[in-house]
Design a protein around this ligand. Structure first.
Ligand code: PFF
Ligand code: NA
Length: 437
């Protein structure tokens, strides 16, 4: 059977945007920004998206389109020696990330339902009640159940295939995310607290950067890779279904641009909510956004509806990302082991579900997996790909990039050097500082 391809260019871009836009933008980005000092972090992050994120998307795109294979097969085709095995790292990373990603996504689904059935008042009477609510959502049977429900959706979409599963799903989901988010941002703008919130968010304090760069740098680099779905073969896999040559640089620009725009807009939503409830974005970590947002949803006008819309939007965004991760590992089994798509997706989905179970028991596993995946696995994956493309197969890579664009001249050389040096340096420094930490 011929390998599947996307039906339209638009479908491919939406799928990649759907993968990029997810919990990374809505859950991780605000809490990391809060933790790392607000706008100071934002500035470094934006710089990294342009400097290393954009070239790194192209690295994955050229590998995928060139080989038309899953990441394991792709690297085996292109590389020799140790490079043949790098694809394996991506399969492992996919398992680890999706396992906890699904658990967290399940919490958002649960909070959406709580809004519909009870409203958020129960959790907001006082901070302790909000913590208690979060505790009951995030651990135990509830957490397990919604983790299972979320994985069932992920499996169903991936099992239905590239065109009739992923492409159809993202054509609905991505526009929905954008519309809901813009509505929420417009609402946030009407809140009195928005001025103060925007100020916090938008005025970089260079003193903070100078003081905390050893933690801002690795956090911003890790977030840049995470948010663009880089370093684990998602963009290799999605580009492998292209089937025709078109301007990959343009596509990569749209994807990086939209993901960044959405992350930045999320800040315009979340921070006014928090400030309106008299809360400051501190470093309460992963659960904080739930605790403080539920409190905010009881303070602000029409908070219950806003809360439901917010949590629904996050659920959709998480789903459009999670399918890309399951697709990486599924494509491996389909391409390399000739398994049928349905059993492959289902079997892998169940295995990943099981790996996520400990997270529903104790949040310590969430921090461990997130730290390991983002601080080590993704960064390492992106580093190895950059070295491979920049130093081992630069001619092939450049030739592939120029398919569908034409002779890039100096720009092509600039891209190769952006891959050769900045990505490698930033990743090494980040890994080093991260290990020191
Ligand atoms: N980019 C996704 C987000 O920002 O939520 C997360 C992600 C998806 C990371 C896929 C890695 C990945 F392979
Ligand atoms: Na993202």
């Amino acid at each position: 059977m011929a390998r599947e391809t996307w039906a339209t260019r638009f479908g491919f871009i939406l799928a990649a945007v759907g993968s990029a836009v997810g919990l990374g933008n809505i859950w991780r980005f605000p809490f990391i920004t809060g933790q790392e000092g607000g706008s100071a972090f934002l500035l470094v992050y934006l710089l990294f998206i342009a400097l290393i994120g954009f070239p790194a998307i192209l690295v994955e795109f050229v590998i995928g389109r060139r080989t038309e294979r899953n990441p394991v097969g792709a690297l085996r085709d292109l590389g020799s020696g140790i490079w043949q095995y790098v694809g394996w790292l991506f399969v492992i990373t996919g398992f680890v990330i999706l396992a906890y990603y699904s658990v967290v996504a399940g919490w958002f689904l649960r909070y959406m339902l709580i809004g519909i059935t009870d409203g958020y008042a129960a959790g907001a009477a006082d901070p302790e009640a909000a913590e208690l609510l979060f505790g009951s959502v995030s651990t135990g049977l509830d957490s397990l159940l919604f983790h299972a429900i979320f994985m069932a959706f992920v499996i169903a979409i991936v099992a239905a295939g590239i065109r009739s599963g992923i492409e159809v799903a993202v054509k609905v989901m991505v526009p929905a995310i954008i519309v809901l988010l813009l509505g929420l941002a417009a609402y946030g703008f009407t809140l009195d607290a928005s001025t103060e919130a925007y100020a916090y968010y938008l005025s970089p304090d260079f003193g903070v950067i100078a003081e905390n760069w050893t933690s801002i740098l690795p956090a911003a680099a890790g977030q840049a890779f995470f948010t663009l779905s880089l370093g684990m073969g998602v963009m290799i896999t999605y580009a492998s279904y292209l089937g025709e040559d078109r301007n990959l640089a343009e596509d990569a620009g749209i994807i990086a641009g939209l993901d960044t725009l959405i992350a930045v807009i999320v800040g315009f939503v979340v921070f006014p909510f928090l400030f309106a409830a008299g809360l400051s974005p501190g470093d309460g970590g992963a659960g904080e956004i739930f605790v403080s947002l539920t409190a905010a949803f009881t303070e602000i006008p029409a908070g219950r509806v806003i809360g439901i819309v917010f949590f629904a939007m996050v659920g959709i965004a998480a789903l459009s990302s999670a399918i890309s991760i399951l697709e990486v590992v599924t494509s491996y089994l389909v391409d390399e082991w000739n398994l049928k798509r349905v059993p492959a997706a289902a079997g892998l989905g169940v295995a990943i579900f099981l790996l996520g179970v400990p997270v529903t028991v104790d949040l310590i596993f969430l921090d461990l997996l997130d730290l390991f995946a983002d601080g080590v696995l993704l960064v390492l994956g992106a580093l190895l790909l950059a070295i491979f493309v920049g130093w081992v197969i630069p001619e092939v890579a450049r030739d592939e990039l120029e398919q569908g664009i034409g002779d890039l001249g100096g720009l092509g050389t600039a891209w190769i050097w952006a891959v050769r040096v900045p990505i490698v340096v930033v990743v090494f420094v980040s890994l080093y500082l991260g290990v020191l930490d």
